[in-house]
Design a protein around this ligand. Sequence first.
Ligand SMILES: [Zn+2]
Length: 188
Amino acid sequence: MKERKYCTFCGKELVLKTLYDGSQEKYCDDCDHVFFHTPSPCVIVMVTNSNKVLLARGLGWKHPYWALISGHIRSGETAEETVVREVYEEVSLEVSSLDFLRTYVLEVRDLLMVAFKVETEGTSIKKSQELEEAKWFDLYHPLPLRPESTAAHVVKHVFPKMMCRGPERAGKQMHSKETMRTYFDLHK
Ligand SMILES: [Zn+2]
């Protein structure tokens, strides 16, 4: 993670300021502004249509897993607007309903992931050039999501009994304690 060195507003070099709780943050004494170390916000979206869920694979992925639609929240955009934009940009589908699920921390990438479930108007996919593949999967069968990935947790948040499997385990459902643990259990 690259450390911020200069003030975004005036360009002055930042100093370290000790806050009331004893923590130290980067600070511009000209603007009297504290630059908190914050994660990048992004959305992760479970796109559904009836009993189907949309999964995608990015270009050049070496692993065999599929993923949910996700994307960074841009400046000036609400998380809900990001969801509608990303779903349209990535697979050309219109969102007909949108539900907030919960948030996830992805520490390795310094992300705060805001999870949503959306229902789409239609099912005809026109994938973007960023994707190698995008298609609908039956929600009542194990999904080829990486076990313990944020995507797998999002699906299991909505369907607690949902199983995820890698393609190498095709046909074999995983019922281990590992796959059923919630994200909170893993990160507390
Ligand atoms: Zn400044």
